[in-house]
Write a protein that binds this ligand. Structure first.
Ligand code: ZN
Ligand code: ZN
Length: 340
């Protein structure tokens, strides 16, 4: 099988390797599509220290081609979305429902390959025959977004500010709407704001002049936003978001920020306005399940977020596109629209 390994920062190598062996409780999946995640791009750019070579790709869909002998609830030919982080299931965080923060996770070989092998617990089955493989490949990023939005504890009718209208911000917009919020989306790129409008933003705010606070105050009759999420990796933007919040406002810092940059925040802002600052990272199996359901029922639209479709051989080109922030989600077509 073909697999695209990252051998050193900035350099991929397409390898032809033997088919995977698999164990009694594992499932072999032929990969249909795999999306490029900004996390992968940070590894590619050498901004994240992980052991190389590595076969990445954790936003994928595919079809089951073999199952281990102890697996009885998954059949060959089923359409699936795999979860590419194997949680230990026994650490304190796994035991208390925070498996996204498992202290002993394993990272099996990823989806930038023709096949992947995973434990049966990591396989989410598609229920709807009309769900496209491309949209199912959004399960993982949408699960992270869903988790982040839950932390904002929205009540219907509240206002939320989403900063950044990339694929992640545009998913936040849609989940916030499902929680009943009126959503403002801020970005500096007009084409991204136009898509935010199409996907249901109640207001789009041009953040290129830097006076976001005034725009938010205008739109909320001087109250400030009830909730805000920062999807761009920049410390000053976190501060900007905090200043846009009203009394009792909640802020989610959704993007990891590298290089690390401390935040000079005025504690009185938090104290007097009773702000709640949160972060969220990764997702649990429950978040994945919920996300896939939202995709399958059409409650969240993800196909519009795809700007490029490339074959596996052109994965390096896809990484360049994402690192230069050209376009939105880059989808790698591996098996394509496989049929059972
Ligand atoms: Zn991802
Ligand atoms: Zn664990």
């Amino acid at each position: 099988m073909k697999a695209m390994w990252l051998v050193e920062p900035g350099r991929f190598e397409l390898r032809d390797q033997p088919a995977y062996e698999f164990e009694a409780d594992q499932v072999l999946v032929r990969i249909a599509y795999a999306g490029i995640c900004p996390w992968d791009v940070r590894v590619y750019l050498g901004k994240k220290n992980v052991p190389l070579p590595r076969l990445m790709g954790h936003e994928a869909s595919g079809i089951v081609t073999q199952v281990g002998k102890d697996v009885d609830h998954i059949r060959v030919g089923q359409r699936v979305a795999p979860d590419f982080i194997v949680k230990c299931g026994v650490c304190l965080n796994c035991r208390r429902g925070r498996a996204n923060k498992c202290s002993n996770p394993r990272f099996p070989n990823g989806a930038y390959a023709e096949y992947a092998v995973l434990p049966h617990q990591n396989i989410h089955l598609l229920e709807n025959a009309t769900t496209s493989f491309e949209s199912a490949a959004f399960m993982e990023p949408l699960a992270c977004v869903f988790r982040g939005q839950k932390m904002l504890r929205l009540v219907p009718g509240e206002t939320e500010l989403v900063i950044g209208a990339g694929p992640i911000g545009l998913m936040h917009l849609q989940i916030a709407r499902l929680f009943g919020a009126r959503v403002m989306v801020a970005d500096v790129l007009p084409e991204r704001l136009a898509l935010a409008r199409q996907l249901g933003a109640h207001a789009i705010l041009d953040n290129s002049n830097g006076d976001l606070k005034r725009a938010v105050m205008d739109w909320t009759n001087g109250c400030g936003a009830d909730a805000a999420v920062v999807t761009v990796a920049a410390s000053p933007v976190v501060l900007q978001a905090a200043e846009c919040l009203g009394d009792g406002g909640r802020l989610n810092i959704f993007a990891g920020i590298y290089p690390v940059a401390p935040l000079p925040i005025d504690p009185n802002l938090i104290h007097y306005k009773e702000l709640v600052l949160t972060g969220s990272a990764d997702s649990t199996s429950q978040d994945m399940h919920a996300a896939l359901h939202l995709i399958e029922t059409g409650q969240v639209r993800v196909e519009e977020l795809i700007s490029h479709r490339l074959p596996l051989q052109q994965l390096p080109e896809g990484f360049e596109i994402v690192s230069k922030q050209q376009g939105l989600k880059v989808m790698i077509e591996i098996g394509g629209n496989l049929s059972p």
